[in-house]
Design a protein. Sequence first.
Length: 371
Amino acid sequence: MNLPDDNDKREITPQLTAAMVMSAFIILLIIVIVLIANRKPHHQQTPQIPDPVLAENESPVVKPEEQTVSDVKPGDLDFWDMYPENNGEDDEQGTAANDKEPSMDKEGTEEDETPTEATDGKHTLVINRDGSEEWVLITPYLPKNDYDYTNLVSQSGRMAYYTDGRVTSYLGVTIDKYDDYVDFGLLRDDGIDYVMIRVGVRGYGTGTITLDEYYTDNISRANQAGLDVGLYFSSQAITVEEAMEEAVALIAVAQENKITYPLAIDIGFILNDTSRIEDLTKAEKTEIIRTFADTIKEAGFNCVIHADKEFLIKEIDLSKFSDVDIWLDNNGDLPDYPYAFTMWEYASNGTVDGISGPADMSISFIDYTQK
């Protein structure tokens, strides 16, 4: 006999069973998903194919958005490494490191070699008559040579000094009896501005004064050609009296002619021979030349000293001649004479129209007609 309850139970049981199975399956699926999710690495990165050029030099860069923070612990944060523990030693070490002198090897530049006389800029090289070399201290108390040699231009043996694009020097030649007949018109046409004519010479052995045979004619024809004229005397004076005698001889000639350039004393040692002035002291030579200069200046003429670098620096006291100009005898090379000079004899074998043989060429850096 079928009871009502029994029939109902038989009808509901399959539905309940299906529902229970479904619920169990869903629960099991959720558990499986959670387990799988918990076992999945959180820092997994998308594998990258290394660039063939940069692979050896660059480390892979992890983008911030590719990192997860779900399981990041404080110990995993590497920014703590940016702040190392400070127990006071670092400050001391840092200070000590800063106070240390930088170490240099033997070839380092921290401590340069001690400057030598050749490199300290305080000495000048003097070539002595015997060919030996000597570095001489440059005195800071004398006016210095301040010419800019990049402004010097030499064309066909003609030297010129430029200032602001124009020639500011004057070209000259030295004339003596050994030049024979000189055509001063040709000199002028060849660009010569002035001539320095020798009046006389004192013998370096006997001390006798000899006047040049042609000086009177040379002065006259140079004036006629419109050239500026200066005079010089080749001295071997060993006393102040002899120096005055030479100066007076020049003054007498200058007063009788039109002289617009300086009166010069030409002095120095004799090449390959012994001169009268060899045994004079530096003080004696200085006094003799000073007497010559004073005599010339008192007569109202400009005076210059014609000598080479060795004689000027080693044989006389230049501090006694601050008011006397220098006519530097320096053939061939650019002058390395450290002190001021106004005239420069730069060649002894020049070629110029009007003189048949080699010519002594000079330039003047100032216009003596205006001095």
